[in-house]
Ligand binder design. Sequence first.
Ligand code: ADP
Ligand code: MG
Ligand code: MG
Length: 251
Amino acid sequence: STLLEVRGLTASVKETGQQILAGVDLTIREGEIHAIMGKNGSGKSTLTKVLVGHPHYEVTGGTILFKGEDLVDMEPEDRSLAGLFMSFQAPIEIPGVSNFDFLLMAVNARRERSGLPALGPLEFYSVVSPKVDALKMDPKFLDRNVNEGFSGGERKRNEILQLSVIGADLALLDEIDSGLDVDALEDVANAVNGLLTPQNSVLMITHYQRLLDLIKPSYVHIMENGKIIKTGDSSIATQINEGGFKSIALV
Ligand code: ADP
Ligand code: MG
Ligand code: MG
């Protein structure tokens, strides 16, 4: 069934009123993997930020339904609790909060919402530890403050650790491949693939074919000037890789 249904979505920068999204239509069903490609500045990151309710943007028209619920007036925290996860192109640092505590809080907030008892630190450690290993991360990461002093690659792995611990019905992954070497990219892609089930979905933004070779999209969308102007299968990505965006026929 349909997980996300975006219709005619327009959005502006709150402070200046500058329109960025100019009528986005996008449907994502359970179990699908979608990729968005597009030139720099076409509005890809803004779309994902608007979907999660980033406070810098204002929705000025259109609708966003997630599992049939209207997201537009929902707080970011509630969107996340409803099953929407976002990795940030530049992940934020959270001073004074360890990774471990951050993850435990996030997991317990979700358990509470489902009427489950909170996990204690020891119980949680046994949940999180194999996931740290699977991502080939140093267990010391759990004691460090969220993203503080992490290298680009460490941040990306940490984002995927968050996703694998917290879980999501729809994960929005904005350039998780940026700044990763080939081995790290493979670890991250394997982790994402390991999370996929027939019920959950991924929307990933990327410039690179190599990510799409590792996480195979059901659909590839091209974004330009705040709209999705073309949708097709993964052959679009191959075409862009070989001939650039100009090689894509728009009709
Ligand atoms: P992409 O991710 O496709 O590279 P973005 O969504 O980051 O593009 O940005 C789309 C356009 O909107 C760019 O021209 C960018 O400068 C502008 N933009 C995005 N967010 C803001 C903001 N908060 N304030 C001003 N301009 C913004
Ligand atoms: Mg950009
Ligand atoms: Mg971007």
